[in-house]
Design a protein around this ligand. Sequence first.
Ligand code: MCA
Ligand code: AMP
Length: 493
Amino acid sequence: MIPLINSASQFTSRVAVRSGNKDYSYGQLLDRSAQIAWTLLQGREDLEEARIAFIVDPGFDYVAIQWGIWRAGGIAIPLCIKHPYASIKYVIEDTSAEAVIFSDVYRDLISPLFSDFTIRSLPIAQIGVEKGRLPDISVERRAMILYTSGTTGHPKGVVTSHTNIEAQIRSLVTFWEWSEEDHILNILPLHHVHGIVNILCCALWSGACCEFLPKFDPAQIFEVFKKGEVNLFMAVPTIYYKLIAFFNQLPDSEQKEISGKLGAFRLMVSGSAALPVSTLEKWREISGHILLERYGMTEMGMAISNPYRGKRKPGYIGEPLPGVDIRLVDEEGGPVEEGTPGEIQIRGSNVFREYWRKPEATAESFVDGWFKSGDIAVLEEGSYRILGRNSVDIIKSGGYKISALEIEEILRKHPGVKDCGVVGIPDEEWGEIVAASIILKEGCHELPDLKEWLSDKLPNYKIPRKYMVQNDLPRNVMGKVTKKELQKIMSEL
Ligand code: MCA
Ligand code: AMP
């Protein structure tokens, strides 16, 4: 039995989800997910890990579909509602998804799938109310595939089992003291761990209420806060930055009202990227809360967190979460002493099972059973502090992980581009912004409109915001492009 769904039967009459101004109980969620599972099965006993993609707005349908896929024995593949067709196509092709469940608003976006692939089309509105016997699901089953960018060109599918997801949920529910009295607002995208596991699954595990807004909108977020029901909030640093900017232009009386409500919250968390101490301080002035910063990754859920009750250290990510083993190692793989930088490596049932159909990449990312994060940190007085990453080709912008190599590969296909170098440059609001240096082909004298050209090839957040034309990229004596030098040049533009 799937642990998350099993636990829901304790809370049948409680509100599980609020979306579109409607409340849905755990009982309704169990009912609707059983109907979806039955339709997916179509007479079969078990989906046997068939991949089922889905694209619907955040809300009740999203959760019912996720649970329905799991209850039928399938692997859930949430698609990003903001991605262009090319990114959606990539995921469907890579997973060989057997069906896609969608709401009407995404019909036009995904309709080319039905000529490009043999894939079952399942409009959510057409899934009926019939139910029947559902299979017993072993917790070792693969449950979900989420796509993450890495040091290779194309995003990789990170596969987690029900056991992995349960471990990720349990450690957060314990450490952050979730209870059925909690009510969280979820404004994060639902194709990443932060929105799916830390918020949605932890809430539903606990019998709490998860409220959704259709999209990120500071005015709407503060309106919800003003009602005084929400007591938990989690977001990426860019979102806190944007909320602070919005708050600062509100009239005094409204600011006071909001600050009063925020002061009554139980917990506010920041993660997915480094939280600037300046943002932490400004949010403390507004809300009275010291944001709890934690560290995680798609491949392992959360691993390190500042304490819920103890002292939170600005600029630090805290201590290992319950059930998670952490070590720091040097370049030779040996342990480092306290105070010496090393790569964070992680072990525990929270760690993912594999990269989808990429056994070599999976093997390369582990050493002696430890997952190699690629993040460099130092341990100081019992608390970890992130220093950076061991690859300049990974960029974090707005909390999204972006591969410079993926963008370069696409840019090189432009008829006017001979070569290019993509880097992340520091930015107060976005953490980093994507910047591209372009070497034009002979005969091409002007930078083409690359933003426009890229718009149907890459998600918006991966499109470079800053451009520069160079005769050649900076290189070392061996002729290798020196990305650090390029980063420096582009930061000074
Ligand atoms: C959008 N814009 C950007 C970027 N993205 N500019 C620079 N850099 C960017 N990355 C610009 C757009 O071009 C547009 O500009 C304007 O911002 C609004 O665009 P829109 O797409 O509407 O953005 P938004 O809705 O305001 O989004 C900002 C956001 C979003 C809410 C911060 O990026 C977001 O939801 N980030 C969270 C990602 C996340 O959940 N990551 C977790 C993964 P113009 O107006 O000029 O056209 S990491 C994870 O799961 C691990 C496990 C972990 O540790 O948590
Ligand atoms: P993703 O692959 O999208 O799950 O992003 C995971 C990466 O986000 C990690 O490997 C870190 O580089 C970064 N990250 C997550 N949380 C933090 C944090 N609190 N501080 C700094 N970096 C973070």
